[in-house]
Design a protein around this ligand. Structure first.
Ligand code: HEC
Ligand code: HEC
Length: 163
């Protein structure tokens, strides 16, 4: 083999390797995206992150958020009312970042993330007894297992199941 064809083979190898690297990075990005939910609004953090974590807007479709925001005075057995201006701003934020695609289609007509089809599927390996564990109490208590849920990170490596 002369130097020119060696050079061509080398170039082809480098090219193939870099295409593969790019594919790996893109796939990784797509996976990371579905487990980490970035969206921030100071009013939402203050008003919706006090009693429980601020549930990522991406986990419910827009119609569900609309229903939640129009019934804050009777919010899961508690009164979470807000003044009209604050409620309107948070409502827009939630709907703009709401679930799309598969998660929206698997949302059904529930206002509970924990009642959606995708949530049940993702959590079908959690034993019934774990949900009743003193450190969990309710499926809505995401941080009991997702140690970084507060910052929207639900990736597997940050899950610790209370035992
Ligand atoms: C006064 C306390 C309080 C405030 C403030 C509050 N919530 Fe809640 N929220 C609750 C309680 C209690 C539940 C029921 C939790 C359970 O089932 O264990 C709940 C449940 C939820 C659920 C359903 C969780 C599930 O089971 O999937 C969503 C979604 C939700 N809240 C959104 C919001 C939003 C959006 C705001 C801000 C506008 C907000 N909450 C403010 C008390 C509050
Ligand atoms: C009792 C522990 C527990 C609680 C509470 C819990 N989860 Fe999970 N969650 C898990 C486990 C275990 C998995 C599955 C990990 C796997 O098999 O990849 C999971 C998976 C997920 C995934 C998918 C992540 C992925 O790997 O694609 C999301 C999103 C998620 N949970 C959101 C939530 C939300 C939102 C809440 C609260 C409303 C919640 N979880 C409450 C244990 C829990």
């Amino acid at each position: 083999m002369n130097n020119a064809s060696k050079r061509m083979m080398f170039d082809a190898t480098v090219w193939t390797a870099s295409v593969l690297m790019t594919l790996v990075l893109v796939a990784h990005e797509a996976m990371a995206e579905s487990k980490t939910f970035a969206a921030a609004n100071p009013k939402w953090t203050a008003e919706c992150g006090g009693c429980h974590i601020g549930y990522p807007p991406q986990l419910l479709p827009a119609p569900a958020w609309r229903r939640i925001m129009s019934g804050l005075d009777k919010h899961f057995g508690t009164d979470a009312s807000l003044d009209a201006g604050t409620a309107a701003e948070i409502g827009v934020f939630l709907e703009q970042n709401a679930a799309s695609g598969k998660r929206a289609r698997a949302g059904g007509d529930t206002v509970r993330i924990t009642d959606t089809a995708w949530f049940r599927r993702e959590h079908d390996e959690v034993p019934a007894a774990t949900w009743k564990h003193a450190g969990v109490k309710t499926a809505a208590n995401c941080t009991a297992c997702h140690t970084t849920a507060e910052r929207g990170d639900f990736s597997e490596r940050n899950i610790r199941i209370p035992r």
